[in-house]
Design a protein around this ligand. Structure first.
Ligand SMILES: [Zn+2]
Length: 292
């Protein structure tokens, strides 16, 4: 009996000394795609355990959920989604998983762009909108775990400052490109918000989703526009087949730029492992192709 009691006291001392045991366990959450997963990790830190559904270089427009995704949802307390029609497969997955997780729309409060009646989901490409995503993530985490509210506030404040600096950095970098050269071709129309804030015009043969393929007529129209309007460069995107952008460049005489990260981060060892690195990489590619 005495031995048992000593063992118990010893255990209690170890538990009390170890922060991993004295605090509550990380909150299990799901983020639908890698960029949003980064925002949740930035705000949640060690206090959240983030599972991402559409990972690095993945295309969330045409994603097909797996049984493993249903399991991720079942165990989650919160599900962070982009909204604005980005995750067309999500409602069915949520229903099938029977999860009780709260769904948090990270883009809530963003002023949506509309194209041909559809909302444009790529709001994160404007850093001022990314700010709104982070605030929504922060508020949802505070709601889910009020005891850790000061931690989430501190992480969010620090990250929001970095986003403000990034926004200023992007504006300054784009200003160095002569106005008449601020026009490029990409594959799908993922940079409308970026364009509206920072002033580079993107021409894309595919719409705001990758679901529908560009028709031969769309491609011919773009090639004409590139020739007529002297578009400086065509860019690949990390989530779509590079052949379309390459053939437009070849047929129009536009210079081929590098790969832009539109809807997903790169793998950890790539050039865009987190949101801030992604925006910096995209701007670097644009400036190096367009600046004189
Ligand atoms: Zn997209």
């Amino acid at each position: 009996m005495l031995v048992t009691r000593r063992v118990f006291l010893g255990m209690a001392a170890i538990l009390a000394a170890s922060p991993a045991f004295s605090e509550s366990a990380p909150i299990p959450v799901v983020a639908t795609f890698s960029i949003l997963g980064d925002f949740v990790r930035q705000v949640g830190g060690e206090a959240v355990d983030v599972a991402v559904i559409v990972g690095p270089d993945g295309d969330a427009h045409v994603y097909e959920p797996t049984p493993a995704d249903g399991k991720k949802l079942q165990g989650a307390k919160l599900v962070f989604v982009n909204g604005l029609g980005f995750e067309g497969w999500l409602d069915r997955l949520i229903a099938a998983s029977k999860t009780k997780a709260r769904v948090v729309v990270a883009s809530a409060g963003v002023k949506p762009r509309r194209l041909e009646g559809h909302p444009d989901p790529h709001a994160w490409q404007d850093v001022a909108n990314a700010r709104r995503y982070v605030e929504n993530v922060r508020d949802a985490l505070k709601n889910a775990d009020p005891a850790r509210a000061p931690l989430f506030d501190a992480h969010a404040d620090a990250y929001l400052q970095k986003l403000d600096a990034l926004d200023a950095e992007v504006t300054a970098a784009i200003e160095k490109i002569p106005k008449e050269r601020r026009r490029v071709v990409s594959t799908h129309d993922a940079f409308g918000y970026f364009s509206a804030r920072y002033g580079i015009e993107f021409i894309a043969p595919q719409g705001v989703s990758t679901e529908a393929e560009a028709s031969a007529r769309d491609v011919a129209r773009i090639i004409d526009a590139v020739k007529k309007e002297k578009v400086a460069a065509a860019f690949l995107e990390n989530i779509v087949d590079p052949r379309l952008a390459r053939s437009i460049a070849a047929d129009s005489g536009a210079k081929m730029g590098g790969a832009l990260y539109s809807d997903a981060l790169s793998r950890p060892d790539g050039p865009a492992p987190d949101y801030i690195a992604m925006v910096r990489h995209n701007v670097k590619e644009l400036v190096s192709a367009l600046a004189p």
